[in-house]
Structures are given as structure tokens and as C-alpha cells.
Design a protein around this ligand. Sequence first.
Ligand code: 5CA
Length: 440
Amino acid sequence: MRLSRYFMPILKENPKEAEIVSHRLMLRAGMIRQQSQGIYSWLPLGKRVLDKVNAVIREEQNRAGAIELSMPTLQSAELWQESGRYDAYGKEMLRIKDRQERPMLYGPTNEEMVTDIFRASVKSYKDLPLNLYHIQLKFRDEIRPRFGTMRSREFMMKDAYSFDLTREAAEHSYNKMFAAYLRTFDRLGLRAIPMRADTGPIGGNLSHEFIILADTGESEVFCHKDFVGFDIPGERTDFDSVEGLQAIFDKWTSLYAATSEMHDEAAFNAIPESERLSARGIEVGHIFYFGTKYSEPMGAKVQGPDGKEHFVHMGSYGIGPTRLVPAIIEASHDDNGIIWPASVAPFDVVVINMKAGDEACDDTCELIYAALTKAGKDVLYDDTDDRAGTKFATADLIGVPLQIIAGPRAVANGEVEVKDRKTGARETMTIEAAINRFVA
Ligand code: 5CA
């Protein structure tokens, strides 16, 4: 991508409305724009990051055996009347009427709709377990949308829904998502700690929130320090192994960890003081097991091996991609801007032409840009005629992990500089070596 032809509206000044660093940096880097309260456009740079976050989420959901589909944002009120949540949900639900005066709503979550899909076609225990997910916009008319896309009214959610014959089988499905979440957040460069949590309007009695520790987090959390060093389940985790996944769950729930709603002061105080961690956190994921709460009123049942009909046991599993993007920034930035983990960086590398219009600089940059693009890298080429200082500031602000800097003096020697955004380390090398570093 040539910066001269891209759309990346950088702000020079700090936006006044931004109270936390991630919101400030997302606005300054031209990633998002507020369209009305708590409703955002994702501008091209932001969209790239969001897509990469979703790609990681998708890979780990698929690895754990979940199957992707796509459900609509607008739902019929009738479905929610069946479960009894239409009246219970309150003002957070945006209710709409269509031209025939039929009550509709903008979905805040999809338990009812997915249960409807399930009951229409699944009739036998032989088709279980089943876990269906999508990545879709949701709307919740939050009283206090704030911090940009961290808490917005329209937001994206990956929501998965599992169906099983028995409670035991449903617990295995829960553990699959539990392990998949640990892997997902780790791949996004985050240390998320599962904490016992309240179930709110989703319901059920088994629930964990995945929390990343951050001073700007909205939740108050309490946990054992050792969680910070726990091992993440590896790529070769066998998601079909009931015992294997139970062991992961048991390990990750063996120590105290709870949000303020579930906090047990006495249990926490039983931990030696030096091992207690009392902090603020950001909830990036939330998983629930709620048994037959939706399957019973909505008649979602299958025939079991005993020939009888059984209401299916369900769970739901949410991750907030549009919250994860600012959460990653909260965890990874410095005074100059964002520092993206490679897994979600909008570009793999930025090529900075320090003297656009200079033949040698132009030729060198074009050569590198073409070679890296051909090698399948996402390359941003700063071919603008901005001052070098502005270009460096922009490259640091947008947080691309590596910068290749081509200035007249180095280029005259057949060399460029490669800078690591995170460490700031700079290395001069031949043009060929710079290319090979990425291609090899
Ligand atoms: N149906 C369940 C799980 S699929 C559910 O709705 N869970 S939830 O309410 O906990 O939301 C799941 C995730 O969505 C949260 O962990 C959070 O990451 C994200 N999320 C929820 N509300 C917002 C919001 N207002 N803005 C941004 N992200 C949000």
C-alpha cells in the first residue's frame, strides 16, 4: 500500500474527548471515527487490525471444533418472547418496528436465534456435540458508552453456542472454549486470566470472564499472582480429549481469581499477601454454561440413545474483537504510539522513503516494496513528500513492527536502516539483506 494513495487521517493534536491512551491513539492514528454516541466507523488502518484479530479468533474457534455461520443483526421480537427475555432485557435492547408494525430488535446476543436454527434441523444425539459461532455486530444501548470502542453501543462479538445431550458433555464443550480462549488471547499478545464471574442477563451458574490486567480497566479483579506465569495450551492440544481439557480447566481454575461481583474476601485473604494481585482489568471474553435455560422454553430437544427426547444442554461463549483492539493497545504502547504484536499489526513492515523524488531513494524503495509484496508481506510504503521527522513520527504512531528506512546517504552505499519499533534498535544493512530478513 502506497501511503500517498491510502486513507489514514492522522491527527497531530491529542483529541480532547479521549480519556484513555488506547482511545487517544486509535483516534490519532486514524483507525476509527465516532459517528454518533458509542457508534464507530472503522477506518482502513483500524479495519486491517480488526480483520487480523478476527482471523486469529476464527483459527482458534475452528481448531476447537466450532463451526462458523452468519446470523443477522436484526431479529424478530417473537423469538425473544419465546424465551421470556423480550421483556426481561430492559432498555439495553434497541427495539424497532418494521413497516408492517412488526416488533423487531437489533440483536444484543443470539441465544434465541441459534436455538431456533438448532431446533429446526437437529433431532438426534448423533448430531451432537455441535458448536456454532459467528462474528457479527451487536447493539446494546449502554448507559455509559465510553473509551471509544472499548465500551460502545454497536460493537462486534464473536459468539459461539454449544449444544450437548448431557451436562457432562456440555462441560467438555465449555472446556474446549476455555482452552481456545487461552490460546486466542495469547496469540494476540495478551495475558488473559479466567475469573469466576456473574452471569447477568445470559443466565446459568457456570461462567468465567477472561480478564486482562490494565490500570484503565473497568472491572476490579482479585487473583493469585501465579496466573501470570501459567503455561498456555499448545498448538497440538487434543480438543477431543475429555481428560486433557479437564486438566487444563482444573489447572487454570486451581487458584483464586474472581471479579468484584463474585469476590470472596475471606478466600482471597487466605492467600499469602505477597502472592495476592488486586488490580483493574478489561473483560475481553466471557463464557457461560446455562443448561436448558433456552432449550426448554424454546423446545430444542433431541432423541437420546434411550429413545427418549431430551432438552439440549447449552453454553455460549463471547469475545469482543472491537474491545480487543483497544485492549491490545492498552497493553502495548509507548510515548510515541502503538506497538502492535506481529499477529495483528496492520502492516508487517513500513518502508520509509526519506527523500521522495530522489532517484536513488525512489528506486531502492520501489525495489524493496515490490520484493516484500511479492513475498506475501503486508507492506506500507511511505512515498509521500512529508518531512523525514513527520514520517518517523507517523511510523511510530501506527505501530508497525518493523521499519525499513531509506535515506540518500545509506542508499548511496547500497544500504538501508532497519528499525525495530518495539526496542527502537536500528541496524544498517545492505538492501538485499533487508529484503532477505523478511523473505527468508
Ligand atoms: N451471549 C454471551 C456470550 S456469546 C454474551 O453476550 N456475553 S457478554 O455479554 O459477556 O459479551 C461477550 C463479550 O462481548 C464481552 O466479553 C466483551 O468482550 C464484549 N462486549 C460486551 N459488551 C460490549 C460493549 N458494550 N462494547 C464492546 N464490547 C463489548
